[in-house]
Design a protein around this ligand. Structure first.
Ligand SMILES: [Zn+2]
Length: 278
């Protein structure tokens, strides 16, 4: 389904796995089995740039506050069934709660290029204390750096908790309150990613818009060109919104509606233009 990733279906008796890099940005895994047969598998490294097709429109499904079972697993299953890529912005404090969440995050990290894990802070702004968090730049930046290290996030890509902020390459856009933190992270080589459209929720976790309404919102916004980057649409949602069957169905319906337009391509956020730019 996904180019650049050849699945090694069955290797009986694998005794060792050797990793080495190639010039084209891909990585090869050489699996050596006990019967001395050697199989080479290509996998893409997060951040390997893609070439854009100007006839396409790129959609980035970015899900926040991961991992939040069972929503996270319901989403990954749905994305896989539908053959679309997505990005999970993870919160280290969530991931550290129990072994199940650690297991979910680890499996997401291994699922590139289908899924990418990015940084959504350690404490989620000290549990949603946004004003306090952004007033104290050093502690906020440290919170994000600690999450990066703790979760071993592969790329310096961050979504700030509670703020639709964009920063990178010395540029900034977003609420003034988040500017100092964003600029500091930018100076450390981080790309701060906001969103173009949010699939909002009510009562903590119930999707607000219907799949049809959201698909219309996406198409209308593409048509008028009101996106942060031309032809690129970042959709924000939260894993916890998809805990119940009827909302998993809504997610499936949204993806199916978006797939009806053959210009639409689903990508992970490392392939967003401001992230690909060096
Ligand atoms: Zn969040």
């Amino acid at each position: 389904m996904v180019s650049g990733k050849l699945i090694l279906n069955v290797i009986a008796g694998v005794s060792s796995l050797i990793l080495f890099s190639c010039n084209n940005g891909s990585q090869q895994k050489k699996a050596v089995d006990s019967t001395k047969k050697t199989v080479v598998v290509n996998t893409m490294i997060p951040g390997t740039p893609i070439h854009y097709d100007s006839s396409k429109r790129y959609i980035f499904l970015t899900w926040d506050d991961s991992p939040q079972p069972p929503g996270t697993q319901n989403c990954t299953r749905t994305f896989r069934e539908q053959g679309v890529k997505a990005t999970f912005f993870a919160v280290a404090a969530h991931y550290n709660i129990d072994p199940l969440r650690k297991k979910i995050l680890d499996s997401l990290k291994k699922a590139y290029p289908e899924f990418l894990v990015a940084n959504h802070s350690y404490t989620h702004a000290f549990r949603d204390n946004y004003n306090f968090y952004y007033m104290h730049m050093d502690s906020a930046v440290n919170d994000i750096l600690k999450a990066q290290q703790d979760m071993q996030i592969p790329l310096k890509i961050v979504r700030l908790p509670g703020r639709n902020t964009w920063a990178g390459n010395s540029e900034f856009r977003g609420p003034k309150t988040s500017e100092k933190v964003a600029r500091k992270l930018d100076s450390l080589g981080y790309k701060i990613i906001g969103w173009d459209i949010e699939w909002q929720f009510i009562k903590g976790n119930i999707p607000k818009q219907s799949a049809t309404a959201l698909a219309k919102e996406v198409n209308d916004k593409f048509d008028v060109g009101y996106t942060n980057q031309p032809n690129m649409m970042i959709i924000l949602a939260h894993d916890r919104m998809f805990a119940k069957p009827q909302y998993i169905d809504s997610l499936k319906a949204l993806i199916q509606l978006l797939k009806q337009d053959h210009r639409n391509v689903f990508e992970t956020i490392d392939h967003y233009p401001t992230v690909q730019q060096k």
